[in-house]
Design a protein around this ligand. Sequence first.
Ligand code: AHN
Ligand code: ZN
Length: 323
Amino acid sequence: MNFLKITAFSLMLLALNSCKDQPKDSNSEQIETEVKQPFTVQFDADSAYRYVQEQVDFGPRVPGSSAHGKTARYLEQKLAQFCDTAFTQYGSMKGSKGQNVAINNIIGSFGPKKSKRILLCAHWDTRPMADQDATNPTTPADGANDGASGVGVLLELARQLQVQQPDAGVDIIFFDAEDMGDSKGEATTWCLGSQYWSKTPHKPNYVARFGILLDMVGAENATFAIEGNSWLFAQPYVNLVWQTANSLGHSKHFLYNQGGQLIDDHLYINKIRGIPTLDIIHYEPSGSGFGDFWHTHDDNMSGISKSTLKAVGETVFKVVMDL
Ligand code: AHN
Ligand code: ZN
């Protein structure tokens, strides 16, 4: 698959050429073409795994905790190192009990001025309590999968994009306070950081062609079914991502099955910002709908598989590079 395209540069030359009284330069009459080579992905799963481990090593990243603060500085430093621009968006939201929750959305961009853009995101906070755990439901889990896995994949992707220089502009957003929701309460008690950003994006009138959210992308043999709100709001991009995954041999993870319709960060990006955004999220038809690890103390490093991180990382990497 070769994509021929006329570069903006050659269009500019043509425009200049058509002006009267312009000195003739035979070179400038040639139309420059740029051939986009098929992109061969090489995603380093060991590196992604290390980024997951480093987050977990800070302790549960519960909003307000010292581990949360230290992790925010770590993520800022990583994005500043890899991306063209990086900064933290500070905000405040009301939590499920009416409390103020400080928001740290951490954002890194490649090609910040480019108009063709893709948004990649994951939540970085840890749920304050592992409330699905049978024996200890009040303390937080490590959140290796729920939180750290998506961030780990995107950090490794950022490290690679610095070298690969994608054609498209890329914004990576690590959303805060996704997981403080009340399962018996309002939908809006979840996804506080993404609600804040969707109402107040880091750039006024921010747009991207589409967005990809990663949530719980590290379990052994993880299965990603097609999540309902992704299909509703971002169907063409679900097809693109699933086809890309399958072309790379990852069909055991990316299933063409219907998943649940979920409240997750992408919902607010779709509804409030109007950017079609899909969720690659671990789904199992039995039990909670997520894996057995979900919101239990089994969500630790022993459940993280390099091969799953690689399948997801390669897929997103290729989607970005082909854009
Ligand atoms: C609900 O359970 C309402 N949404 C799932 C979003 C989530 C929680 N992802 C990770 N933790
Ligand atoms: Zn969670």
